[in-house]
Design a protein around this ligand. Sequence first.
Ligand code: HDD
Length: 755
Amino acid sequence: ESNPIWSVVSRIVDRVREGDESTETIPGQPAGQSPALEEPTEPRDPLHPKPDQAAPELRTATGRPVDGSAQDRAQDGAHLTSAQGVRLSDSDHSLKAGPRGPVLLQDHHLREKLMHFDHERIPERVVHARGAAAHGVFVSYGTAANVTKAAFLQEGVETPTFTRFSTVIGSRGSADTVRDTRGFATKFYTSEGVYDLVANNIPVFFIQDAIKFPDLVHAAKPHPDREIPQAQSAHDTFWDFVSLHTEAMHHTIWVMSDRGIPRSYRTMEGFGVHTWRLVNAHGETTLAKFLWKPKLGVHSLVWEEAQICNGVDPDFHRRDLADAIEAGIYPEWELCIQTFPDTPEQTFEGIDLLDPTKLVPEELAPAQPVGLLTLNRNPTNYFAETEQVAFHAGHLVPGIDVTDDPLLAGRLFSYLDTQLLRLGGPNFAQLPINRPHAPINDMLRDGMHQTAVHTGVAPYKPNSLDGGCPFFAGVPEGGYVEVPAPVAAAQKVREAPESFADHFTQPRMFWLSLSPVEREHTIDGFVFELGKCYEQAVKERTLRALAEIDHYLCERVAEGLGLPAPEPARELPDVPPSPALSQVGSIWPVKGRVVGIVADDSADLDEVRFLRSAVFNGDMVPLIIAPTGGELGADTDDPLTVQRSFVTGRSVELDALILVSAPTPGGDAFATRDAKAWSGADASVDPRVELMLTEAYRHAKPLGALTAARSAFDSARIPTRAPGVVIDDDVEALFRGVVDLLHQHRIWERFPAHA
Ligand code: HDD
């Protein structure tokens, strides 16, 4: 189903900007050609990709750009053919002995069609199976050039990118707005080869050693007997594991906080988690962590909102990303680095930089912006691009090297290994989305799905028969040379360093850094998830772990579970908070925010028109919501298209809501036929408008109404003097009031906050 909101929005915006009043055309379709109602009988050009879509820039398997000839294209010619290019006369009927007779084995087309269909699926990713992606461009500020020689981080360099966002636990068909960690993986097609930054939206990880990864994932995935619950950690095995293996508590408290339910991929931070070793042109090294900072700020959903979304629109995040790009409201992130001296201890201010369950507060090591990522093109084909993209933490370029973080070491093995199963063999780097934009001369040969036709006879070194080619590249020729970091002489042991044993100081720092509202949400997150567990021992053990983070947190969660809080085992340390970890308190751009305009035929359509244009002009998205689909003012010269009816519209899609309607004679605003049917009374507000209002109110969204429509608030029992409610006679003042509130994302004071 093609997207209704943003495509309409972008078309209208374009037309308004160009002063073009002509009829809408389907984006990407040649002028004058509209889709026929009947199946066409003559060959005609297929629809072109939409302007916001672009296949990856195609390279041959050896890295040279394709020449654009017909053979390079996946689909060519007007007629249906077999996979062998033979034109077909029929693909709707099997070859039979008479219309009612048996199907014949000689039907080679049927055989080919079903064979291919039977093999259309590949194994989904073992984690991060559900995702959405976009092409983009990264422009370097050059501010990292003193610490790394990586070509793509030199000043002004533009690098094509592909970014895939994901949830971790759910399978490919699960919902977007579950409580979970989010993946944020970016492939940079640099002039020196591919660099992948395979990041998450949480700066720390569950485990300190990759050998625990299978344990973690087995615990977090659905129970092996009934395969429930799907896409969530609210079950016994997960909490059994994290309460026994308390190094997981830091990551876990992040997931229970608002960070576990992002508003949008566009409003998420990203973190490379590990410490990396950068090396500059002089061979000097610096330790560094990578961070992505969204230009729109870091925002989250409210838990009830996230749950409703999972039913109303399970593709909420996927749609939001694609819609924003289609509408030309491109999401942007600054890539930042935190840098630390490369000392033998590899610690900073007492924090072990090799421990992936620890972060370095930005107050101690500021996040320094080094470039800007803009996502500006949607994939053309989900499978070819988003599904087949293969990231690897070991896809590195000169200037970026690894450290001895034991979690990273396991990742360096795991990512290549998993692609063998998922993508069916060792040649996945030849898939268009994975092809480097640098020349390839790799001496890797043959194997499943080999698509390159290699020349030469000597894919080995040393050789004389191919003229000694290819040659090695030292540092001056841009070769990747590992930093000769010293390795201390030691005995082989299966042990962790002592500093890895501190599992609670940083979760406490996170807790103390949250605002009261965020703490309240975090308590609710724990109460929900543990409340879904059956095993008493698991809940009690988790409460003991929470008591090590904060006594109040522990007491409140225990209260929510109806269990006694364990006696505090010790006095908890004074840990300075890191204000950068809170999402509350700033003012952010409202670009791409969705404003619902609820109206009916009683409304002054000029006021609706004004609101719609004002929202557009503010780079936001207006959604007109009316009792039925179709148009408002259908009998006027300038009718308004309705994007959502009271049946299809739901508050969770909106960031703010404005009511425009006039009361019916002797009745209320929005007194529809359904309202009467629902309440039996003549003068009642449609219950679906009430529902929109009460939900949006509970989710702390800005609400507005023209004075004429205020009775809807009375009917929904929402005080019009409540914080974040704007009632005004003047539509311009009403709009300004609502947008002012939207800049702070939520009306924070509406949430109860005791913590
Ligand atoms: Fe991983 C996928 C991020 C630890 C093994 N991981 C995957 C993806 C992201 C991350 C974003 C999805 C990539 C995509 O969109 O295709 N993973 C992380 C981060 C980690 C981390 C930030 C800790 C700092 N991962 C980690 C460990 C292991 C893996 C410790 C194994 C030892 N991860 C995988 C994998 C996946 C994967 C099994 C599944 C699909 C894939 O790689 O391509 O290999």
